[in-house]
Write a protein that binds this ligand. Sequence first.
Ligand code: GLA
Length: 695
Amino acid sequence: MLDTRGTAVPRLLHWGPDLGAVEPESLTALADAGAAIAPSSPDSPVLPSIFASPAEGFSGFPALVVRRAGAPFGRLPLRIRQTAVTADDTSVSVQLECADDHGALLALAWRAVLSAEGVLTIGMDARSLAPEGVELHRLAAAVPVPARAAELLDFTGLWAGERRPQRGAVRDGLHLREQRRGRPGHDAPYLTVVGTPGFGFRSGEVWALHHAFSGNSTTGVEALPTGHRRLLAAELLEPGEIVLGPGEVYTAPDAILAWSDRGLDGLSERFHPFVRALSPATHRPVVLNTWEAVYFDHELERLLPLVDAAADLGIERFVLDDGWFHGRTDDRRALGDWTVDPERWPAGLHPLVDAVVARGMEFGLWVEPEMVSPDSRLAREHPDWMLADVSDQAGAHHPPTWRFQHTLDLTIPAARAHVLEALCALLDEYPIAFLKWDHNRDQHAGSAAAHTRAVYALIDELRARHPQVAIESCASGGARVDLGIARRVHRFWTSDTNDALDRQRIQRYSALLMPPELLGGHVGAPRAHITGRRHDLSFRLATALFGSAGIEWDVTAASDDDRDVLRDWVATVKRFRELLTTGTTVRTDEPTDDRYVHALVSPGADEALIALVTLATAAVAVPAPLRLPGLDPNRRYRIEPVALGAAPHAVQDAPPAWLAAGGITVSGALLAELGLPVPLLGPEQALVLHAVAVG
Ligand code: GLA
């Protein structure tokens, strides 16, 4: 609800619960009701607008920071007035003009669109009206939330440990997260949620913000002692990074917001269909990725048995990871040289690709187009294409290499064209259905604003020329999982760790925003390569099932028994694919933190796949019943275990009778309220159940 009367900068009066039919008189009365004048404050009520500033008597975080190029210091953002507004049932668009003492400075546009699912997208752009040009330092979405939004949840993380939740009280001041990595990062705030104290997966009122951008950003919450509380999101712009010549336009990344009075699951219920519409791939093949299977060991004799084994398991897409291109024998060299290595691949990739295709699988290929190794032909031919801080007579000053690589300066048209042509040559020569698009370092030189837009343009150009190719956004795992790139890609590599226990947490929280079928989850080797931890195959299978499922393990070395189990599991993924790719995510708030319960419920609540996951040794001998909300309370469901190899390890004399009998039929209401008795599972085990409506 936006107050756009007159020419003042509009005020966002309300977003959140549907207020139903509101009589215009009440609305006007409330909008005009003002506010108490606080002691030691401006002498007129402070009613912050969408660009609240000192000009309104507001002392908080300014959403717009801009200056006429070369102008002396002055208070910003000076005078802003609304010039036009258009609105319909689900969107509003406001035009404004910002001026300083010398005249018009900027034409601003502010748009809010409410999707059918209840996701609010705020977009903005700014066009320079000044003959001298303008320096734009910030254009932020600033969205009020009520005082009852007193508890904060956002995320941090690290490589192989993304989406670590952090929670606490909303305190006075700015809780601002600055991402200066040229990518959201493993520690991305991801989703900033504020809510009523104690909010959980199924309860509490919550307001959430995601910044739909893959570059540098500033996101967070501001709470002022006046009681004003706002969610904030802006691209993080360095001084001088955005200078707009007359008529030039800056478009801010979208801020994506949602509200729910049913906790975090209520947010996901809005976000998931929204993202599914944004990234409309419906094809979700089961993948085998070669990375942890062979690493850089790219010999045809090594890979062909893996192709055979993959086909035998029912794999649908075979992805050749890093190591195939010219001179790439390890991670220290060759990025940028996107031609097939003639020594290891004398006949090109053809013998491999032909084998993959002949066995009925799609072929996918790993690339890292935004990067260049100093030890590469590309760097030797074009040393100036490696992003450097400054270049002077002494040469270019590069930031330290990171994984032995630099960022390629894609803002140089010839560099971008070079990469585009190299990728298109591969796509023209081979039937490549899928690119795993990696990004393995932070950007420490050049403009992240320019680079991020150049990357987007590169992907857009590639997709315009090859619309059939599916793309996975990978950045050393999940360091670039955002809704800016989601419009351009079809899958995310959620994390480099295939450790199933760590994956349970990473996938659970990544799926607050992203639908699970977009989040790659692979069954790794019995001993996780990164953590060194061992997990039963059934636990690894149960974990990868609830995602974009795949295998990342040298299955040629697996036992025949394990291969039988894997083959059954691939068939299980296919059997439940419809449910796994369209379902509604349900997560419960468990009484103890030694276990998770999560499920996918089909759109009509006809069936569900339910997982009980133990994270640690149970604290009680008879575990609490498994309660699952989200099914139809008035229907009865037949519930049976889904076999994923050996049954999960239980520490008990006997399982509950219903499980020993192979299943039970109960109503959705009983399942939600009383729940099912469950076995006392050992730590790091999972019991997967299938519920089907029978009446
Ligand atoms: C990154 C990715 C991995 C793998 C390697 C290859 O770390 O996240 O999945 O592709 O690069 O070098």
